[in-house]
Design a protein around this ligand. Structure first.
Ligand code: ADP
Ligand code: ADP
Length: 226
């Protein structure tokens, strides 16, 4: 379980700085798809950066299975909106997906197997040897997803990952994400400003207010997912 307790983030500045997130608490169960929806500037990215260990909270704690996090945990993966800049352009798709596995010290055989499986899961088995720029935006974001899931993270953190693709690609990627989640059982924390998207993807939706951002309420989505 991912547990966020009384999280606060204040950016330094005049007059005591700017508090982007305040008093934020929630728990995400293992295997859950939890989305956070709120207007632009609400502090969603700030929240996710803290949860991912990329930014130190001013107050509060984040823990995974009872262990407080302190820096980016190995078992977390993050996918940002900006897929094009997150992929290494000079590396093949397979090499990009393999990168975190190399960092985690997996051996060559298991890396190969994991890359193959992740690419198959996102429907890109045939693109392994292409370069990212040879692919469409939607396909590049699939590569980013494959890279994130290849080492089987405990928690997949996604910040508006489909915000910069066209509507059809976005719908395809949403369905792909639901399928990946079904197949891998990964816990997903997903931030978006799009209410429709959050309802479509979620088990539960947390609605956040404008900065200082706090959770207004959490809604369970009763509809079965496709
Ligand atoms: P969202 O992702 O919901 O659009 P952000 O977390 O990006 O919101 O931003 C929330 C607020 O925090 C915004 O008003 C933004 O200007 C401010 N903010 C974000 N990053 C910083 C920073 N590094 N320094 C100061 N203020 C920041
Ligand atoms: P190189 O041939 O220089 O190793 P590749 O782009 O062919 O670079 O592969 C990078 C890594 O990704 C390989 O080391 C292997 O583990 C994995 N890999 C390569 N080709 C495939 C493929 N078709 N399907 C799945 N994984 C692959």
């Amino acid at each position: 379980m991912l547990l966020i307790t009384d999280l606060e983030k204040t950016y330094p500045g005049p007059n005591g700085g700017f508090t982007a997130v305040r008093g934020m608490s929630f728990a995400v169960q293992d295997g859950e798809m939890f989305t956070i929806v709120g207007p632009s500037g609400a502090g969603k990215t700030t929240l996710l950066r803290c949860v991912a260990g990329l930014s130190a909270p001013t107050a509060g704690t984040i823990s995974i299975d009872g262990v407080p996090i302190d820096g980016p945990p190995r078992e977390f993966a993050v996918v940002f909106q900006d897929y094009a800049r997150s992929l290494m352009p000079w590396m093949s798709v397979a090499k990009n997906v393999e990168l975190p596995l190399v960092k985690h010290g997996s051996d060559a055989r298991s890396r190969r197997r994991a890359v193959e499986q992740a690419l198959a899961e996102v429907g890109l088995a045939d693109a392994a040897h292409k370069k990212p720029f040879q692919l469409s935006g939607g396909m590049q974001q699939r590569v980013a997803i494959a890279r994130a899931i290849a080492y089987r993270p405990k928690v997949l953190i996604m910040d508006e990952p489909f915000a910069s693709v066209d509507a059809q690609t976005r719908a395809d990627l949403e369905d792909l994400l639901l399928k990946v989640r079904e197949e891998t059982g990964t816990t997903i924390v997903f931030v978006t400003h799009d209410v429709d998207e959050s309802v479509y993807l979620s088990d539960r939706v947390a609605i956040v207010t404008r900065s200082p951002s706090r959770i207004d309420r959490i809604v369970s989505i009763p509809l079965p997912h496709p």
